[in-house]
Write a protein that binds this ligand. Structure first.
Ligand SMILES: C[S@@+](CC[C@H](N)C(=O)[O-])C[C@H]1O[C@@H](n2cnc3c(N)ncnc32)[C@H](O)[C@@H]1O
Ligand code: SF4
Ligand code: SF4
Length: 419
């Protein structure tokens, strides 16, 4: 039986003695919170959603191994972004599994918006993930509408009240299921002045009825370039009074440090050595996808992703090395005018590539390449950015096709796709 008293967030008594690490393996998110800005590469900012690197699961395991050597007081491994663990469910579950196999006594936890955790709860339980945090900000759709720009669930986008309704329904179902499996559940509620600050007691009452163990009322941290950037952060006196109200329903958490997605160390005392280990782990070459080590790129000059596949006579092929990305070779695309055969032959030519970066692509070739195991990514910009996305999982601002390249415009084709 694991010792739950060793979790510094769930047990205040442990926060001077027991350390936690957040593994930043989950860069994507399925929700747009109007207070969140997931900016990477900012070592000086200490707030949720920020990380200096994104790790692959295997890199994360190496990081934990090295960290445990210098931080024997490490008792908790959690995943809290920088996006949402279950918008990156495969990577999250793989990371938890790897850590559990290597460190069976480590406490495992995840922090999620709750939208897509439902299908993974049984597996989390099986992996002995004991502590789950769900961010739930209101029970009222008219308030949720003000907090969430959009919600993406099951490949559909939701806006306005319906976004809040979908999110709330999934959060409530997930919390109920987790409690039925006896998991320790904490709810985070971000206190947003003038938006949900007069509903926090209502949230406390309702989650207490659902058996939630702990409530963490977090004052809004107004972040630049977010819709809530101009709101005022609630004062500590105000937060204290609020926590006293919460206490009548369930235990409040009062020592949350609003940590980064790559936080490591004792709460409020993140370790500089850990930051160094994290950056080293991010450079490790991993074997995942070794049978397809390369990435194909449609580029005119080998620097930018700037070609529609239908227009490309040559494809640049890159690989990741410990010294950065290297061009492996340039391959000729099959001749035009042979219909689908052109794309089947191209798939064969690129059978050692795991992904292809293109400025644009028609539906037919996209389908054929994807079916043959090549993940097609439409983007514009520096090739290195696309390679970082494939190899390191960093976020990519994927432009919609019309922003990148209009099929047919500037193309000698007829805009009917390149098939
Ligand atoms: C970055 S999120 C990652 C986990 C997950 N995506 C979620 O939202 O629960 C971790 C926590 O930070 C909170 N958070 C993000 N931005 C914040 C801000 N500007 N002020 C206060 N809390 C914030 C989130 O609401 C969440 O409770
Ligand atoms: S769900 Fe979490 S990571 Fe996603 S936008 Fe909201 S706070 Fe940021
Ligand atoms: S953000 Fe709060 S709950 Fe999460 S690790 Fe930091 S102190 Fe713990």
């Amino acid at each position: 039986m694991k010792d739950f008293t060793k979790h510094p967030c769930f047990n205040k008594g442990a926060h001077h003695t027991n350390a936690r690490v957040h593994l930043p393996v989950a860069p994507q998110c399925n929700v747009k919170c109007n207070y969140c800005n997931r900016k990477f590469d900012c070592v000086n900012e200490s707030r949720p959603g920020v990380t200096s690197n994104v790790l692959q699961p295997e890199q994360a395991l190496e990081y934990v191994k090295n960290l445990k050597n210098i931080m024997p007081e490490l008792t908790v491994v959690g995943i809290a972004g920088p996006g949402d663990p279950f918008a990156n469910a495969e990577k999250t579950m793989k990371t938890l599994r790897l850590v559990k196999e290597e460190f069976p006594d480590m406490l495992l936890c995840v922090s999620t918006n709750g939208l897509n955790v439902g299908p993974y709860i049984d597996e989390l339980k099986e992996l002995d993930v004991s502590h789950v945090t769900v961010t739930l900000n209101s029970f009222r759709p008219e308030t949720l509408e003000k907090i969430y720009g959009w919600v993406r669930y099951d490949k559909r986008g939701y806006f306005g009240k319906s976004a809040g309704e979908v999110l709330l329904e999934k959060q409530v179902a997930a919390i109920k299921k987790m409690k039925s499996l006896d998991m320790v559940v904490k709810v985070n509620s971000i206190v947003i002045p003038g938006v949900n600050d007069n509903e926090i007691e209502e949230v406390a009452e309702k989650i207490a009825e659902m058996g939630v163990d702990l409530m963490n009322t977090i004052p809004l941290f107004p972040v630049k370039d977010t819709p809530f950037e101009d709101l005022t952060e609630p004062s500590s006196e105000w937060m204290k009074a609020l926590r006293q109200k919460v206490e009548t329903y369930l235990p409040p958490m009062s020592h949350c440090a609003r940590c980064r997605a790559d936080a490591a160390g004792l709460l409020g005392k993140d370790s500089a050595e850990a930051a160094q280990l994290l950056s080293e782990a991010a450079k490790l070459t991993i074997n995942d996808g070794e049978e397809r080590p390369y990435v194909a790129v449609a580029s005119m000059e080998g620097i930018l992703v700037n070609q529609h596949l239908g227009e490309a006579d040559r494809i640049h092929v890159f690989k990741e090395t410990p010294n950065g990305y290297k061009l492996v070779n340039i391959r000729t695309t099959p001749d035009r005018g042979i219909g689908d055969k052109r794309w089947l032959e191209l798939a064969d030519t690129l059978n050692d590539c795991r992904s292809m970066l293109v400025g644009g692509i028609g539906p037919k070739p996209s389908k054929i390449l994807s079916k043959s195991g090549i993940k097609v990514i439409e983007m514009s910009g520096m090739i290195d950015q696309g390679l970082d996305h494939v190899y390191k999982g960093t976020e990519l601002r994927t432009l919609c096709k019309s922003e990148v390249f209009k099929c047919g415009s500037g193309c000698t084709g007829n805009a009917s796709g390149c098939g």
